[in-house]
Design a protein around this ligand. Structure first.
Ligand SMILES: Cc1cc2nc3c(=O)[nH]c(=O)nc-3n(C[C@H](O)[C@H](O)[C@H](O)COP(=O)(O)OP(=O)(O)OC[C@H]3O[C@@H](n4cnc5c(N)ncnc54)[C@H](O)[C@@H]3O)c2cc1C
Length: 593
């Protein structure tokens, strides 16, 4: 008899990313952050007392030892109980797939973990890194780990995305039955979500009033920028423990299956974004105290040794006037470090206060009249989007922040693999104007709009691009090409080293006018005039679109068709004015194409 038993193929993990409006509204009414905070409170009483160790669970957004609230609390607890502190990190590939995590971000995570393992070992604290394949069993795996380690105390910083909050709620519920006290604390923002509210007691959904309230609250309460207590070392006897000693021998893997970078790319990323807390502090200090450097344009190391320290004309001093220029070294490039928590956002605030003369040390400068003040306002933008995410979880469920724009008719492009395959075939046939072809050309930086193409090629090369360019390319995709913002949001997450749901979703929905922008949908960037503003001499375009390097004057922004043909550069994929009219029509009448 022949063996007819079929081998079951593993089903690829492909979670549904877009919720129904009803499901999103239900989650908005009862935000998981509030449920988690209540569960933590409930867990706090009665307090667990007996514990052989204390565990701090480090996540992707708090990869540092210094000024880390949950880690600091865990250390205090361990010290008080006279037991060892253990640090745990779980690699969860299914979560990374579900959240479109880029290989670059995973590689950055591993590089930072490797550094941290060494700095923690100096304090005799082990960093135990393991991979858990199934995300739905992650909560119970954590509880089993705690039991195995004899730990009745777990500490972690809060992650504000819906899936992560739900996971932590389940940990709280599971831990109670086992007498484990799970504590989740705020750490990501300067001011935690839930503190600031409008007169009606609602979350701010417009940035400017949020920022004013943020400034007031911050300057009335210095604890917001207070550093968390330093870690206490474990007793050296930990190495002799049969249970804990071996934890020092588990190395951080150099890559994660399914998220491997090529050797060349790994090298590039390590050069553009060196790992470690020291590197992050240096990047910050250089931004605050050194001049903009021509050598810093594009994909280069931020720690190149050619900076003159303590310049009066530091980048932050000129930030108010120069920040939108993409052809200059104008911004801090701290976003990968802030997104991964390699530096604490409180450290950034404190550092601006320590910039001697002219600044009141008891007050955080947030005014738009100084470079420092405008830069701190960017930090407030970061807080703003986390507050929106925490109060309106719909944004992490694939829904527009403004549900009224859910029916805007986008060009018919979907991200399912089968569909993508078909699109690719059509694209090969060269059917210009079909949505698959448009998306491909946008991703590759071949739209025929030099500033858009330079921005996209910069992302593809560096995994990072200046904020202005993010806005320009996002608006081009959503308003000129009328492609659903979720396509772009996903591409950014898959390619950025600083991919962060709150900031990325906030930026995309702002650009697509489905989000928190106070101006209505008719804010549509003209890619040509934007190009002249942000890259006047075209240096940035020349660097990333080398086929246009020989162009002079305004041609660099809008190459004449016959010259573009000669240089092998594509003609514009769409006429901006026509596209603008189409976008206005579709936004005015959501549902009509
Ligand atoms: C479509 C779009 C997608 C984006 N995706 C991300 C993302 O995935 N991750 C991310 O960190 N930022 C994102 N941003 C925000 C912003 O573009 C980057 O934070 C910024 O370009 C990082 O450069 P920098 O560190 O030199 O910034 P700086 O100008 O030096 O600003 C300092 C810090 O403030 C924060 N910040 C600045 N601008 C913003 C902003 N608009 N929103 C939220 N935080 C801000 C960042 O943490 C940044 O590092 C996005 C913006 C847009 C328009």
């Amino acid at each position: 008899m022949s063996n007819t038993k079929k081998v079951r193929q593993p089903v690829p993990f492909r979670p549904n990313k877009i919720s129904t409006p009803e499901a999103a509204a239900a989650v908005d009414r009862d935000p998981p952050l509030q449920i988690l905070l209540k569960a933590v409170q409930k867990n706090g009483i009665p307090e667990a007392t007996e514990s052989k160790s204390v565990v701090y669970w480090m996540r992707m957004g708090d990869l540092r030892v210094a000024d880390n609230r949950a880690l600091s609390l865990a250390s205090l607890r361990a010290h008080k109980l006279g037991v060892p502190l253990l640090v745990l990190f779980i690699l969860s590939p299914q979560d990374y797939i579900a959240h479109d995590r880029s290989k670059r971000r995973i590689d950055f995570t591993l590089r930072n973990l490797e550094k941290m393992q060494r700095s923690l070992a100096e304090l005799h604290i082990p960093l135990d890194v393991w991979t858990h394949p199934l995300r739905r069993t992650l909560s119970s795996a954590v509880i089993s780990y705690l039991k195995r380690m004899g730990a009745t105390f777990l500490f972690a910083n809060i992650e504000y995305e819906v899936d992560e909050l739900r996971r932590d709620i389940s940990i709280c519920n599971l831990s109670r039955a086992d007498g484990i006290q799970a504590t989740f604390v705020h750490d990501k923002c300067v001011i935690e979500p839930g503190v600031l509210a409008t007169k009606q007691g609602k979350v701010y959904t417009v940035y400017s009033p949020f920022r004013r309230s943020w400034e007031q609250e911050l300057n009335a309460n210095p604890h917001y920028w207070k550093k968390a207590a330093e870690l206490q070392p474990n007793a050296k006897s930990i190495y002799e423990s049969e249970l804990y000693g071996p934890l020092f021998n588990t190395p951080v893997p150099s890559s994660l299956e399914g998220f491997e970078l090529s050797e060349k790319e790994k090298e590039n990323m390590a050069n553009f974004f060196p790992a470690g807390e020291d590197a992050a502090v240096q990047v910050l200090q250089r931004f605050l105290t050194t001049k903009a450097r021509a050598s810093q344009l594009g994909a280069v190391s931020p720690l190149a040794p050619d900076a003159k320290e303590n310049s009066k004309e530091s980048r932050v001093t000129n930030y108010a006037t120069d920040r939108s220029r993409v052809d200059k070294d104008t911004s801090s490039r701290l976003s990968p470090y802030l997104a991964a928590g390699v530096i604490s956002v409180r450290e950034c605030i404190r550092a601006t206060m320590e910039l001697k003369k002219g600044f009141n040390k008891a007050k955080v400068e947030v005014s738009k009249d100084s470079g420092v003040g405008v830069w701190v306002q960017e930090i407030a933008w970061r807080d703003f989007y986390v507050h929106v995410l925490a109060a309106c979880p719909r944004v992490s469920m694939g829904r527009p922040f403004l549900e009224k724009y859910a029916d805007v008719v986008w060009e018919d492009y979907q991200e399912e693999p089968e569909r993508r395959e078909k699109e690719a075939i059509k694209a090969q046939e060269g059917q210009a104007g079909n949505p698959g072809e448009s998306v491909r050309r946008w991703k590759e930086g071949m739209t025929g709009y030099p500033i858009v193409d330079a921005g996209m090629r910069c992302i593809n090369e560096m995994g990072w691009v200046h904020n202005r360019l993010r806005m320009i390319v996002a608006m081009f995709l959503t308003k000129d090409l009328m492609i659903d913002w979720r396509v772009g949001e996903r591409y950014f997450m898959e390619n950025l080293i600083d991919g962060d749901l709150a900031a990325n979703n906030g930026g995309w929905q702002w650009s697509a006018s489905t989000g928190t922008d106070a101006a209505p949908y008719f804010r549509i960037f003209n890619p040509y005039s934007q190009s002249e503003k942000v890259d006047p001499a075209g240096d940035f375009i020349r660097r990333f679109v080398p086929e246009l390097a020989s162009l002079k004057g305004k041609d660099i922004h809008k190459p004449p068709p016959h010259i573009a043909d000669k240089l092998g550069y594509p003609r514009p994929i769409i006429q901006h004015e026509e596209a603008r009219t189409r976008a206005l029509r579709r936004f005015k009448n959501p549902g009509e194409s």
